[in-house]
Design a protein around this ligand. Sequence first.
Ligand code: HEC
Ligand code: HEC
Ligand code: HEC
Ligand code: HEC
Ligand code: HEC
Ligand code: HEC
Length: 389
Amino acid sequence: MRKLKISLSALLMLILVSMFGAFASAEGFSTTPSTNPAEGIYVGDVDNFGNKNTHKTHGNFQNNTNSCANCHSTHNGENEFLLMKSGEHELCMSCHDGTMGFYNVTKASEAGVIDSHEQSASMHNVDSDLAVSAAPGALANKSTATFGCSSCHNPHGSANDRLLSETVAGKTYANTYNVTIVGYAETITKTPLPVGNKAIKLNLVNDPEFDAINNATGLSGLKITKSSGIYNAEIPGVVTKAEMYNYKLNYSEFCSACHDDYLKNREYEARADGHYTHTTSSTKAGRSCTACHYAHGTDITLLRDTAGKTIADLQKTVEQGGKGWTEDVAREYMKDVSKNGSALKRFTNMAVCWACHQSTHAIANTPGTSTYPGPKIPGGDYSGKAIIK
Ligand code: HEC
Ligand code: HEC
Ligand code: HEC
Ligand code: HEC
Ligand code: HEC
Ligand code: HEC
């Protein structure tokens, strides 16, 4: 109910914005009134063809654009990029903190969560002066740029979904792959993909919570989608197997533009520093970065156990598929006890490993694994493997 209310108010906001624009157009430049929940979102509402059409904030800029003014001030910028807010984090969050009703990055999405103060929280630290080259596994990545939202996203538009930058840490990371799988063996060769081509396509679907916006006429620049992350299988008419391989492998290349020494196939090579990493450069499930990690961050409300359950699931009754636990018990059980914290993980602790090495490459002769003939572990449930991409 609450969410519906938010989506309607977001629509109302956009209608108000365009009405205000229409009334005020004779007087020239106008901004969203300060009473508006997203002050400054005014972007323009007539397109290059003379059609009534709310402009996008990010990219697809029209000949009469005002979108730049949402983020830049010509003479009164707060930094050398002429940004309206003192920091980039503050700038992006001025709209993406829930004010708009949609794309609230402080709430759970397929990207995880940002700015969480929950138990077991860990996030990409985009609110400090860290250098992009502070990324663990940075080797070729020598970028001295400050790590922020725009290290990963291009606020001006991108060929990739979710505005994911085509050049990251100075590297154009994307490739076209030739993948041959014979039995278990996988052979992959790659050729660089020039900028301007879609390298990362995500499984984005219409978000029914925002049907009011998505079905409205005159807002054709704006569709609110919900992400289900990377494709893990071909979908007839949507993605072919070859495309799925490309998008998936490029997504790991994207993370590894910064964490370059982590992109390896364990069977063929060690990392440059002599360590070994779990395979991350394969088309197979569980071997791309976002199979195990969120891009933004995680916390106790998102972490899962081997059964794929969250603390909310565990608090449900047994009939509803839960365990009927109190919130306290659920949190105690799910908390990440790792020395180095929860590291943006989708599963708590090392649960992802135990969920998978039950059946896929099962640990040899180990009680509790699906290939072991002896008694099962009481309460053992490894169905979370099904959601590892
Ligand atoms: C959603 C916010 C946003 C909008 C809208 C936006 N910018 Fe930017 N712009 C930024 C940020 C953030 C940076 C700093 C990027 C960085 O740190 O590399 C930037 C950097 C720039 C730069 C210098 C670096 C570069 O990427 O080349 C130029 C030039 C620029 N913007 C022009 C524009 C123009 C022109 C428009 C309108 C057509 C516009 N921007 C719209 C956020 C925005
Ligand atoms: C003035 C408000 C505003 C600011 C500031 C802003 N955004 Fe947005 N953002 C929007 C709106 C509105 C949308 C919906 C799509 C559109 O209009 O382009 C959006 C969509 C997005 C999307 C999803 C794009 C898609 O279509 O899948 C990403 C990613 C994003 N913003 C990142 C950023 C980043 C990073 C910054 C800071 C550099 C930023 N935004 C600053 C208003 C804003
Ligand atoms: C633009 C550079 C950049 C990209 C791209 C990038 N990272 Fe990072 N990452 C960093 C930096 C810098 C740090 C160290 C600072 C921090 O923890 O935020 C880091 C830290 C991490 C950590 C450790 C966090 C912790 O709590 O110890 C994980 C896990 C991680 N990144 C995963 C990913 C994944 C998965 C992706 C792809 C979705 C990705 N990174 C893409 C720069 C990047
Ligand atoms: C390490 C790279 C990285 C950084 C840093 C980063 N993002 Fe993202 N962001 C992503 C990726 C990857 C996705 C797409 C996740 C998916 O759907 O699989 C995403 C998704 C999003 C979305 C869409 C969320 C949704 O509802 O589906 C928004 C909005 C967004 N980011 C804004 C931001 C803002 C604002 C910041 C800074 C506070 C930021 N991002 C920092 C990589 C990053
Ligand atoms: C989606 C399934 C999956 C997940 C999740 C997974 N693995 Fe693996 N792992 C495999 C497969 C398949 C192999 C063998 C082929 C390869 O290296 O890609 C493997 C290889 C290994 C090996 C080398 C085994 C050998 O016989 O040489 C070790 C050790 C290992 N994984 C540990 C882990 C740990 C620790 C985690 C958790 C961080 C983990 N795995 C998560 C599927 C998975
Ligand atoms: C099979 C699951 C899995 C995959 C795939 C995976 N990670 Fe991790 N990652 C983990 C786990 C579990 C931890 C924390 C525990 C540990 O350090 O053993 C971790 C920790 C990290 C850290 C924190 C520093 C460190 O070395 O402990 C970074 C950075 C990181 N991962 C980046 C990446 C990147 C980048 C990729 C893709 C190239 C990736 N991960 C793929 C499971 C995975």
